[in-house]
Structure formats: C-alpha cells, structure tokens
Design a protein around this ligand. Structure first.
Ligand code: F6P
Length: 513
C-alpha cells in the first residue's frame, strides 16, 4: 500500500469513550451524525450517531480516504475506466441507471428499451395468457430479483414470480407445483450462461413445459444474459434474449435485464422508479465529499469496527417483512465483493477485510439471536432498517409496536443496564446504526440498494482491495466438475464421502454425453 495510506491508517486510533459518554459530551451528536436523504418523493433518514465515530475519527478517516485515492478511484468507476484490474474490466452498474460514461449510458438505455418492449408485450398478452414466471438464476442473478419482487410486489404482482436458484430439485419442484405450465414463462438469468445450477434447472424447466403439453416450450424461455451468443446456442430464440453489458458484475446486475421479473411483477413504471432512486444515490455518492457522503460515512464506521475494534461480523435487521431478503442480498454484495486477502497490487492485505454479514428480521430476531447481541462476548455492529409508513393494512398498532421495538433495541444496546446480579447485567455500549425510510416504494428500495453498493466500494478503497472480482468461488466449482467427470483422486475424507453416497463413477450425464 502507498506510504500515505499506511501513515493515515497508523494515525487512526479508536477512542475510549462509551456511546453514552459521547452523547453526554455533545448535545448535538444525534443531529451531527444523522442526515436525511431526499428523493423526488419522500426519502430516508440515516442515523449513525449510535456508533463510536467521533469528530477526530471522522477527520482521520477523511484523511485516509484521501490518501487511498478515493476521489480518483470513484471518478474512474463512474467514467467507465478499468477498476477491476484482475479481469481488466470496468464496473458499470451505475450506467444502467443513467449515471456514467455517455456511451455506456446510451447502450444501457437501448437495451432497457428492448426489455421494456418485451415486458409490455407480455403484459398486453402478445405471448398469450401469462400468469406465472419461473425465474431461474443463482447468486447475483437471483438474489436481487427475489428481494425486489418480495419487497415491491407482494400482493399486487401483475405476474406471479417464483425465483429458483438451488440445484436441489426440490426448489424447482416447489415452483412447478405453484404454476400452471400453460400460462408460465421461464426466465433463464445468467451473466455467463454457463452456471451449472442454472443451466440444469433451465433444461428441467423446459422439459416440464414440454411434458405438460406446451406446444413451443423454447418459445416460452427468455434469456437474461451478458452472453447472448451462448443463449442462442442453448436454443433460445433471438427475440427472447435480453442482453446486458459484460462490464456489469453479477452482484450489481439487478438494474439490468436481470431485473426482468421485477418489471414483470411490478410494472415498467415501478422498475424505472427503482432505477431513478438508485440514480439519486449515485449522484449523492459521486458529488459529495467527506463525512457528508452517506456511503463513505457508513464505510468509515464499518472500518472502525472491523479494523480498529476487531469486529468479525456485522448484522443487519430489517424491521419490515418486505425486506426479509435484504440480509441475504447484502451477504453476497459485501462478502463476495470484499472478502479478499490481497490488495489491488496482489500483496497480502494489512488488516481484516469484509466482516461476515448476517442478520434477520425484526422482531423475530429479538426472540432468537438478540440475547447474544445484548450480553454475549462478541462485538457486533448492528444496522436497523425500518419504514415509517406501514406495508400492511391491519390495525396501525402492528406497525407502532414494530417500530417501537426497533428503536428500543438500539437504545437498550447502547445504554445497557447495571445490576448486582451479573446474569442480569447488560454491559451496553453496543453500537447500532439506523436507516429509517419514509415509505418502502420502488425509488426508496433503489436508493437503499445503491447506498450499499457504494458503501461496499468505499470500503474496498479504504482497504485497497478489488471489490469487483470473485476468484474465490472458482476452486469449488472446478472440483465439482472433476468429480462429475470421474477418474480423479481426492483426499481420503472426500473419497469416503463420495463412496458413501455412491458417487465414485462419473455421472451418467457425462457418460452419455
Ligand atoms: O459463483 C459466483 C457467481 O459467479 C456470482 O458472482 C454470480 O452472481 C453467480 O455466480 C451467477 O453467475 P451467472 O450469472 O453467470 O450464472
């Protein structure tokens, strides 16, 4: 790492004051460390005041960001320059929402228009009576659509969407059981169009259509991919292929044609509103410096806990059923991006990288894992996400209790409570941050996801790592492939497991092919 960056890290020292002391020392702390983010309609409040960030730390982190070349690296990302050197690629997810290199923004707009035409044609009945969509993909090709459809199209879905990712046939069978083949489309979502789980599930889904009397099963398949030629080769009609650019990473692809099921379920307008919300966050991230940049501020707190205070995990609790899949989404975004052990130059990193992201749903989690958070021995920075407007139509008491519980947890974690009985004492001083949205509409969800994307990037810059590659996922895939091919020897444990499961011989698929 550069000398300036190393020196900036060395100057950074976590303070010793407790959260309660920090609040007592500064009556304006809550307002100084929180900010509204405004959207065209509504917005959200980011409250980072219950973290141990201090003015001195913020100044130190701002110096670190400067020494790490944050401004220049951010410029290069938005300019569509190579920011993923190991794959010699740009990272152009922002271009999908209209912010980035002009040529890429234009290309993305043209592809989006093509997607819009198909979505609207389906809604107008051009492909016949379409009631269900089985969306097949995995990782970044599934987590975003699953999250957004669940958040935005719960009871109002124009088309009933089932996201299937797992190769375990039970997952696909569950979707089959819920769909009528005569009125079902299959979306095959894969950037590479080679992922074994997705291609196996896609073949089985197409066979299911054929076996159930659908006259033209391949005409019911839509490919969402950055490898359109592979989709053609697989047998998808060119008119049914919605491409996206190679420079869009899988875990950043919800904004591309991978978002097709979102548009199909919510309608085109809502999909565009989601992109517009993300674009508003892009503009904020691109144009704001220092601690006023909300994504950078969150990254400062992330680094404080992971590197200066040794927190090995961070937990996200959505106090909103509609965001129950958000922790899963963030797990891939943060852990696949920043779970790295070498710097951009290929040298060993100088400290821990991404903490383990985990989390759950409030208030359920209060009755399951919060014991450890209040009285356990681990330091776990927590994030609460809630909406002021309820998503439900029931007695408003439901939502009031939900929100009050959310705020009570943050207060309790911070304040703790002394007791003469050690088992009943709460140490307190446990940090949390809160994102409180006005209403969970499409623009808000878009802004929320973009906030996390940019926060992830900002963290990567501060740690000097590449957030856009993911070589760590390859070795397991290769070994699975070798097992499937047969003829290879493995360690004694793996050999014994293969034998116990009757998998020593090459798979019949390989033998016949
Ligand atoms: O194995 C990891 C990964 O490459 C993810 O990065 C990606 O989101 C997922 O697999 C799916 O890849 P694809 O969209 O190419 O099928």
């Amino acid at each position: 790492m550069s000398d300036a960056r190393e020196a900036a890290w060395k100057r950074l020292k976590a303070g010793s004051e407790t959260l309660v002391e920090l609040f007592a020392a500064d009556p304006d702390r809550a307002s100084k460390l929180s900010a509204r983010f405004e959207l065209e309609q509504g917005g959200m409040l980011f409250d980072w005041s219950k973290t141990h960030l201090t003015d001195a730390l913020l100044t130190g982190f701002e110096a670190l960001a400067e020494a790490a070349g944050f401004g220049e690296k951010r410029r290069r990302m938005f300019a569509g320059e190579v920011v993923n050197p190991t794959e010699n690629r740009a990272a152009e997810h922002t271009a999908l929402r209209g912010v980035g290199k002009a040529a890429s923004v234009e290309e993305a707009a043209a592809l989006r228009e093509r997607m819009k035409l198909l979505v609207e044609a389906i809604h107008e009945g051009v492909l016949g009576d379409v009631r269900h969509l089985i969306h097949i993909g995995i990782g970044g090709s599934a987590l975003g659509p699953a999250l957004a459809v669940d958040a935005l199209a719960r009871d109002l879905a124009l088309v009933d969407v089932h996201v299937v990712s797992n190769i375990d046939g039970l997952a696909l069978e569950e979707a089959f059981a819920a769909c009528d083949p005569a009125t079902t489309l299959i979306a095959v979502a894969s950037k590479t169009f080679t992922t074994v789980e997705t291609m196996t599930n896609a073949a089985s889904a197409q066979a299911w259509l054929a076996d159930n009397g659908v006259a033209d099963p391949s005409g019911r398949v839509i490919a969402l991919t950055a490898s359109p030629e592979k989709a053609v080769h697989w047998g998808v009609d060119e008119t049914r292929i919605l491409p996206f650019a190679e420079s869009v990473g899988g875990r950043y692809s919800i904004w591309s044609s991978i978002g097709f099921p979102i548009a199909l379920a919510t309608g085109w307008e809502d999909f565009e509103a989601m992109l517009a919300g993300a674009a508003a966050m892009d503009a904020h991230f691109r144009d704001t410096d220092g601690r006023a940049n909300l994504c950078l501020l969150a990254a400062f707190a992330d680094q404080l806990y992971a590197r200066l205070k040794g927190a090995e995990t961070r937990a996200v609790f959505a106090y909103d059923e509609r965001l129950r899949l958000l922790p899963d989404y963030l797990q891939q975004l943060e852990m696949e991006s920043n779970g790295k052990r070498v710097t951009l130059e290929g040298k060993p990193v100088d400290g821990p990288t991404a903490p383990i992201t985990w989390g759950g749903l409030g208030t359920d989690a209060q009755h399951a894992v919060f014991q450890l958070l209040h009285q356990g021995t681990h330091l776990v920075p927590i994030e609460f996400i809630a909406s002021i407007a309820p998503g439900d139509q029931l007695d408003p008491e439901h939502h009031r209790i939900l929100l009050m519980n959310c705020f009570a947890q943050g207060a309790a974690l911070m304040a703790g409570r002394a007791s003469t009985d050690p088992a009943r004492a709460y140490p307190g001083d446990r940090p949390s941050a809160t994102v409180l949205v006005d209403d969970l509409d499409p623009a808000t969800l878009g802004a929320l996801i973009a906030f996390h994307e940019h926060r992830t990037f900002a963290n990567a810059v501060l740690m000097d790592i590449n957030p856009f590659d993911q070589f760590g996922v390859e070795l397991g895939k290769e070994i699975a492939h070798k097992i499937e091919q047969g003829g290879e020897r493995f360690d004694a444990s793996t050999e014994a497991l293969l034998k116990a499961a009757g998998l020593e011989a090459p798979s019949p698929r390989r033998q016949s092919g």
